[in-house]
Design a protein around this ligand. Structure first.
Ligand code: PLP
Length: 762
């Protein structure tokens, strides 16, 4: 049977059942069902829908048609009418091409799709008004069929979709959706029972809204109606209206203003809108990803995902508080005053010592964060180019959920057996070269370096420790003893007798400036250590000296120094608190870049993504010597919650290929900075590796006189422009950048673009 025969058959069906004299039949592209545009002999147009002949569909059509009739009475011409068939129902049943189906006929509405028209503030406002008028009318309707209906595309059941998260194959995209699941669970789910509910259209997307003369003129497709929190209606409408907009909140505000004028919104509803929009976007990408997996050839699904992903990427960088503020302002609801930083500082200093510093001339009060973005108490978004503790990204959902899950199950200490301790130890140790096969868990980098030194002294029965100039390893008494950065600066008690200081092998500012000066610096150290030969317990250094201003140890340095220390009976400790876990891009650990294997490794910061975990990794031999009768016990070290979190961090680093990202983004970032250096001689040096970078500012390229003022100016100006960096180094003239490892090239452009803009003003 060819197409014309099908058309003839359809015409007959429509004549027989709806008494329509159809002249032309035109099949439309539909999402799920078959739709036809049909025109009768006098030019009237209709939509004819063909559906499977199930009892459910019949009941649904009856319910929907009754509601449509009611709506059409309230606003004639705005809604389609459902035509009654001869059987007095809103449908007929027939055997068409492949068996029994049902047909229904709806009147035709003229207009351009909202998606295909030019968006203006007036149009968006009229959209809000129309939506509210529809919702006012829908509130009056009652249908047990719609009330009982449960469909996937209903935001109140969003959490049910979490099991489908893995349909999103790219982990870097999946994490955003996962993040919004957790946000929904925390902020929306508990409020659901308290929200006013109604029958809603539930699919006011840009293909279901018609426009004429710059105003919304009709709403179509009531096939997704559900009984749900009213605010979901607006959430769906806003989602699609914000596609392809540079400033989505601005456009959302027009719709909200229009809606609120007709149907006043409640504060609580406006507070949840941000999360509901995120949920609708997430739902859309999950379900279309499922569609793509089931039907990989369907290019349309892939293309149609793009605007949703684009908006999700923008949405993640918008503070929920800022969205709430803008939504409330649009509805004329008063918003809280700006936070009073002075008052907050006073309260803090009343209870907490001023010895805890606060960054920036204008301190920032943080409230929440997502990946590489931090949000202050006023809803401003900061691009975080500085914080390396949230290694895999602030509030990474995998880490959050690992902690939450285990905290709800068991948290105890290492005096009991539980699976997580050995499992995490195994996973972590797999990242180390062979001789490093024992781990001791603690709760901070300080505790780890303290323990590492104690272990070295126990193992060697020697006391002296060689430390790196400008190095920092911790705040404990021992930590300060081994931190030149602390003991030699203001308030420091000076160098202790058992401490020997190695000059920093800095090829930019140090004594030997040739590129491969490592061996020369090692020789220099060798000479310095001669008098203490045989009495050195340990040498401790970071591969890139963070507090020294991100100074990489001169190439080849550790390769010479390690054997020198070991030969006279000492051990070598690498502090990987800053440089570990893939941050330097080229290697997982900083010591690998120097082609050495330490005897002891100190870990901290990134290990728990902000959860306090530290560790000492060492060899069997050293670990055995420490097992000398005195128990080692850390109340929190290695507890099951910490272990689960630590495992999640390692998983994310692997899954999202963050070491690779650090390498690629870091190289890109450095290149941009080097290009800037060519224009601005005040940039003396750009150094570091991967996403562990330092930019040193100078006054004079000949003398390398430090330009502390400029570094401070830039740090504070960047902060005013919502970019977080810090300064360090002996002259505080180095801008340090060590962002969360999901930092991307676009973020690098933002930072360098702003630095350039600021340098132009100097
Ligand atoms: C290299 C290095 N080691 C050790 C520490 C101490 O770690 P924590 O602050 O967790 O005690 C730090 C902290 O900044 C560090 O940078």
């Amino acid at each position: 049977m060819d197409l014309r025969d099908n058309d003839k058959k359809l015409k007959n069906i429509l004549k027989e059942n709806f008494n329509l004299d159809i002249a032309t039949v035109h099949q439309l592209v539909g999402y799920a069902n078959l739709n036809y545009k049909v025109t009768d002999t006098i030019g009237n147009k209709y939509i004819c829908k063909e559906l499977p002949a199930t009892r459910f569909n019949k009941e649904l059509i009856a319910a929907e048609s009754t509601i449509l009739r009611q709506l059409a009475e309230s606003q004639p011409g705005f809604y389609q009418k459902s035509l009654r068939a001869r059987n007095n129902e809103f449908l007929c049943e027939d055997s068409y091409i492949n068996g029994p189906v049902i047909f229904r006929v709806l009147s035709w509405l003229d207009g351009i799709f909202f998606k295909e028209t030019n968006h203006t503030p007036d149009l968006l406002k009229s959209f809000g008004q129309s939506l509210a008028r529809m919702d006012l009318e829908l509130k009056k309707t009652a249908s047990i069929v719609i009330r009982a209906r449960q469909i996937e595309w209903d935001l109140q059941y969003f959490l049910n979709l979490q099991g489908k998260l893995n349909h999103i194959s790219d982990p870097s995209l999946r994490k955003m959706v996962y993040y919004f699941f957790i946000q929904f669970k925390e902020f929306v789910f508990p409020e659901l029972p308290h929200l006013r509910k109604s029958i809603i259209h539930n699919d006011a997307n840009d293909w279901n809204v018609l426009v004429q003369d710059g105003k919304v003129s009709g709403m179509i497709d009531f096939g997704d109606m559900v009984y749900a929190p009213l605010i979901q209606e607006l959430a769906v409408a806003l989602t699609y209206s914000m596609f392809r907009k540079d400033d989505p909140l601005k456009w959302a505000a027009y719709i909200i203003a229009g809606y609120h004028e007709i149907l006043p919104l409640e504060e609580k509803e406006l507070e949840l809108l941000y999360y509901l929009i995120a949920a609708r976007l997430s739902m859309s990408v999950i379900l279309s990803s499922e569609g793509i997996q089931n039907n990989p050839e369907n290019e349309y699904l892939l293309i149609s995902q793009k605007p949703a992903w684009d908006l999700l990427n923008k949405w993640i960088a918008i503070s929920p508080d800022m969205a709430e503020k803008k939504f409330k302002e649009a509805a004329g609801i008063s918003v809280p005053e700006k936070s009073d930083i002075q008052k907050d500082l006073e309260k803090r200093h009343h209870f907490v010592s001023k010895v805890l510093s606060v960054s920036y001339d204008k301190p920032v009060k943080m409230k929440r964060a997502a990946f590489q973005y931090m949000f202050d108490a006023d809803g401003n978004t900061f691009l975080d180019a500085y914080n390396n503790i949230p290694h895999v990204g602030h509030q990474h959902p995998k880490v959050v959920e690992a902690g939450q899950r285990q905290m709800a199950l068991l948290n105890t200490n290492t005096r009991y057996l539980y699976d997580q301790l050995a499992a995490y130890a195994e996973k972590l140790l797999a990242k180390f070269p062979t001789p490093l096969n024992k781990v001791f868990f603690v709760n901070s980098g300080s505790a780890a370096s303290d323990l590492a030194i104690r272990m070295a002294q126990t193992y060697t029965s020697k006391q002296n420790i060689v430390v790196m100039e400008h190095g920092y390893h911790g705040h404990t008494r021992l930590g300060v003893d081994i931190s030149h950065y602390k003991f030699s600066s203001m308030g420091g008690a000076g160098q202790k007798d058992y401490i020997l200081k190695a000059p920093i092998p800095d090829t930019y500012r140090g004594e030997f400036r040739e590129k491969n000066a490592g061996a020369r610096y090692a020789d220099q150290l060798n000479d310095l250590l001669k008098p203490a030969e045989g009495q050195i317990a340990a040498f401790i250094a970071e591969p890139i000296v963070g507090c020294g201003g991100q100074v990489p140890l001169a190439p080849g340095y550790l390769k010479e120094v390690y054997p020198m220390i070991q030969k006279q009976g000492g051990v070598c400790i690498s502090d990987e608190v800053q440089t570990g876990f893939g941050r330097i891009g080229t290697h997982f650990w900083g010591f690998e870049a120097q082609e050495v294997i330490p005897d002891i490794v100190v870990l901290g910061k990134p290990m728990g993504n902000g959860h306090p975990i530290g560790a000492v990794v060492t060899t069997d031999e050293i670990a055995n010597s420490f097992d000398n009768g005195m128990e080692f016990f850390s109340s929190f070290g290695g507890n099951p919650v910490s272990c689960e979190i630590g495992m999640a961090v390692l998983d994310v680093i692997e899954e999202e290929q963050l070491q690779q990202n650090a390498l690629e983004t870091g190289n890109y970032f450095s290149k941009l900075l080097c290009d800037l250096q060519n224009q601005y001689p005040v940039i003396g040096d750009i150094r570091g590796s991967g996403l562990f970078l330092g930019v040193e500012f100078i006054k004079d390229p000949d003398t390398l006189e430090p330009n502390t003022e400029l570094a401070q100016f830039l740090k504070n100006k960047l902060r005013e422009n919502f970019i977080l960096v810090s300064t360090d180094g002996p002259y505080d003239s180095v801008i340090k950048m060590k962002p969360p490892m999901c930092f991307n090239k676009f973020n690098s452009d933002e930072v360098v673009g702003m630095v350039e803009k600021l340098l132009k003003t100097c």
